[in-house]
Design a protein around this ligand. Sequence first.
Ligand code: SAH
Ligand code: SF4
Length: 394
Amino acid sequence: MDRGAQSAWGDPAPTDAARFGVVNLLDFDRDALTAFCERLGEKPFRAVQVFRWIHQRGADDFAQMTDLARSLRESLPQHGHIVAPPVLSEQGSADGTTKWLFDVGGGDAVESVFIPEADRGTLCVSSQAGCAVNCRFCSTGHQGFSRNLSTAEIVGQLWFAEHHLRRSLDLPAGQRAIDNVVMMGMGEPLQNYGALLPALRTMLDDHGYGLSRRRVTVSTSGVVPMIHRLRQDCPVALAVSLHAPDDALRDQLVPLNKKYPLGELLDACVHYLGAAPRDFITFEYCMLDGVNDAPEQARALVRLVRGRVACKVNLIPFNPFPQSGLKRSPRERVAAFADVLQQAGIVTTIRRTRGDDIAAACGQLAGEVQDRTRVAERRSRGTIVLAVEKGARA
Ligand code: SAH
Ligand code: SF4
């Protein structure tokens, strides 16, 4: 169970303490903020106040925190700051989807996507710049891995989006814009576990974003040891990117399968649900023309999961990109595949693609930043517009 756990914990991103001599308070969950306040000789309730100002009110300036003692308000800036990654651009889609490109330094950029729906607002959050898993159908994977995001860079995407949307949508005080978070942006969240965990805790914290456990989803390509860790530490909703009903095909599509094959992965899913008995696993399955979309493969998928793990299957239309050499399955083939699963009693959905016109759909997030090393250059040439001045806190 420990195999790979150490490396999957993730090499930490460089800290602000190392870079600026002060800490970024977006790096802290409430426990860590309490410890920080204690080091400054402050009582734990001060941490609750500061945490609420940051996450519930969107404050980035200690002077705004009027219920803190003036001496504390004045001393805090010497020790910490509140800084989300600067926004390089904002793009809105005709269907209401909004995509932000965040500069995380060193020529790297990551994206977040807001997807408004009738009954909820979802933010799709990135966990890494690039990704080391290198799935065949994923443009992030094709970029290679650059680095892990810090907790502040993960939480900062939500902090920025939530408060920016509240302002721009002019929401009444206290009304949330985002009540659902999916870790389905760039990167493999369970290969950056050390930064992910405090971020999840902040999302769930009643003094933070107060999201319900079922409204925060970690999506993974199958880092088995870290699925076990997540079960123990913070059992939020789990989505597993399956994409194939057998090891031979999954080895080709998701190279991590060679390390953690389907049998182990499904056992980890079953074990995970032990900590969340009324939940289910969402299996994601990207429909690739002539590769994994045959009715026989649907039947193999039924044999793999039925009676073994409580699950739903989400069929994702593949979003093509030039280097993949793969094609999206025709609509009828997706429908026939769904039909086999549904006939077998497996709840199956076909994902609607959103934000297609701004390349914000699954697996397209890397498109615009394909050559991440050129972000700085493009920025200096002025070809990336700082469209959201308020969010740009460079
Ligand atoms: N690394 C994690 C989370 C990010 S990817 C994971 O793999 O689960 C989020 C989802 O987008 C995954 O289900 C992934 O399989 C899917 N995806 C990646 N590239 C895609 C593409 N080109 N078209 C459609 N879905 C894609
Ligand atoms: Fe990484 Fe997920 Fe893309 Fe695979 S699908 S390369 S795990 S981001």
